[in-house]
Design a protein around this ligand. Structure first.
Ligand code: ADP
Ligand code: MG
Length: 519
């Protein structure tokens, strides 16, 4: 397969509902790796069954029988301490659940390619630092060296750039910049990003998204529609029964896919022995989900606004994610952008293939091999980084943004503050991530104290704060008090949701026994 004798790596699209992986063949082309069942995507579903742990299609099939042991959409909880639901009576961190998905992908890739040691894993551009670190940890727990984390829309744009021939040698600045809108509607997350491709350089101009919006929400609306019809006929709510609810979701998802191809779908489901049939037409479906689609439309328009461009400045609209196949999406985007969306790269494969291309580049950067395709990537921060100060007029704590979201990385920004009280002897610097003025609505990043200010300084004495934010998510904060020789500075690395000790312990546990979860 062209990788023998070299460091073997893959690109992984770790999706909320489906995951995919790709490698680079001996001609330098990205190629999707099918799973052990021969499918290009693998459900991101883990069953912690009484007889062991199963991932993917088999887990989905067994799920109805052991619903309380099934972990779905772990990605939605990334960055939290625990997965929202206990599994067979156990609380698990989301990165541990994700590590099983990654292990399965790694094992399936190894059946075709031999041992795999390195990977690039993609995340939504909207993921904050905590969620990114949790993703790195999931990779480490799966026994992978994570070369880098890459934003999904950037990965999709790279795959598109490859297929359009932008990554060929000597293509630097060859063409005028083209601007690409990447609309990624998956199973559980929505991302929209405006990218600029200039020759072989990829730059993110603006990005936004919703970590809690995806095809699953479309399924839920259909589930409710079907359940209401069932109730009208049988005076009983099938959603109250866990097995029936599973069956409802399965039926809804199948119907949704049918409605992508046809005007009507026949739904067949059963609830404690009662079989039920109903026909859903596309208009019913689109009516029930119009508000969800509208949320993606608003976000898309906000991203354009943030980039200070008009739709005339945008050359292409890329559709990524399985849910972008729904006809309502294409229709809405055409209406908003005035362009026919591009379907030249498969919405299922684009992200994994872009990740594989980027992984090869990272392998080269580490001196472990050479990359067939040369390109460069500039990212932006997807969340504002700010500092908690005190509003002089009200005395209230508020967040002041130091590095606004969508700043190209690396970014540096200075901001001037003053002390609050006369004879203030120390300054507490509280760093947060978030857009809101309200500190409670922001995510804490860390704190440090500038001590030993000389006595007797008047109130409103100047303090300068400098933020330096690197591409790999490392934030350096420096505070200087006027007239003081030495200030204070601290480095914040992405805040871990699992400490290194925790991670080691989980690693040991996962290594030593696979039946840890059996009760
Ligand atoms: P993610 O990356 O968020 O896990 P994917 O991009 O793989 O998700 O998309 C999965 C979603 O796409 C699921 O909600 C699935 O139901 C939906 N989907 C896949 N194919 C189709 C289709 N033909 N029509 C409508 N929805 C689809
Ligand atoms: Mg996806």
């Amino acid at each position: 397969m062209g990788q023998s004798g070299k460091t073997n790596f893959i690109g992984i699209d770790l999706g909320t509902t489906f995951s995919a992986m790709a490698f680079i063949d001996s001609f330098g082309r990205p190629s999707t790796i099918p799973n052990s069942n021969g499918n290009n995507t693998t459900p991101s579903v883990v069953l912690f069954g009484a007889d062991g742990i199963i991932v993917g299609e088999e887990a989905v099939q067994a799920a109805t029988m052991e619903a309380d042991r099934v972990a779905e959409c772990a990605k939605r909880d990334m960055g939290s301490r625990h997965f929202r639901k206990s599994l067979g009576g156990k609380q698990l961190p989301p990165e541990v659940i994700s590590s099983y998905i990654l292990k399965k992908l790694k094992a399936d890739a190894e059946r075709r390619l031999g041992p795999i040691s390195h990977a690039v894993i993609t995340v939504p551009a909207y993921f904050d630092e905590k969620r990114r670190q949790a993703t790195v940890n999931a990779g480490r727990l799966a026994g992978l060296e994570v070369l880098d984390i890459l934003n999904e829309p950037t990965a999709a744009a790279i795959a598109y750039g490859f297929h359009r021939g932008f990554l060929k040698h000597g293509n630097h600045d060859a063409e005028k910049p083209i601007r690409v809108l990447v609309y990624d509607l998956g199973g559980g997350t929505f991302d929209v990003t405006l990218m600029e491709i200039k020759g072989d350089h990829f730059r993110t101009l603006a990005t936004d998204g919703d970590v809690k919006l995806g095809g699953r929400d479309w399924d839920e609306k259909l589930v409710n529609l079907i359940a209401e019809r069932f109730i009208r006929e049988h005076r009983e709510d099938p959603r109250q029964n866990q097995e029936s609810l599973y069956d409802l979701y399965r039926a809804a998802e199948t119907a949704k896919r049918t409605l992508t191809e046809r005007e009507q779908a026949l739904v067949v489901m059963s609830h404690v022995g009662t079989r039920f049939k109903t026909t859903i037409n596309r208009a019913d479906f689109e009516g029930a989900t119009a508000a969800l689609l509208n949320r993606t439309r608003i976000t898309t328009e906000i991203v354009l606004q943030q980039s200070k461009l008009t739709w005339n400045d945008v050359d292409r609209v890329l559709l990524v994610g399985g849910s972008s196949r729904m006809p309502m999406v294409e229709r809405m985007l055409k209406e908003v952008t005035g362009k026919d969306p591009d379907r030249s790269v498969s919405p299922d494969d684009a992200v994994a293939q872009g990740a594989a291309l980027y992984a090869e580049l990272m392998i080269q950067k580490r001196g472990l091999g050479t990359a067939h395709n040369q390109f460069s990537v500039t990212n932006v921060n997807s969340h504002s980084l700010g500092i908690i100060g005190i509003k002089p007029d009200t005395g209230r704590r508020m967040n002041r943004v130091v590095i606004p979201k969508n700043s190209p990385l690396p970014a540096m920004a200075k901001m001037n503050f003053t002390t609050h009280r006369p004879d203030q002897r120390s300054v507490l610097v509280t760093v947060v991530e978030g857009e809101s003025e309200d500190p409670e609505a922001c995510t804490p990043v860390g704190q440090f104290m500038v001590r030993d200010l000389p006595p007797g300084l008047p109130a409103k004495w100047p303090v300068q704060i400098v933020y330096q934010y690197s591409e790999n998510g490392c934030l350096k904060v420096n505070a200087m008090v006027a007239g003081q020789q030495q200030g204070a500075s601290t480095e914040f690395v992405r805040d871990n949701s699992l400490s290194d000790d925790d991670l080691m312990a989980w690693g040991q546990r996962l290594k030593s026994s696979n039946d840890y979860f059996a009760v």
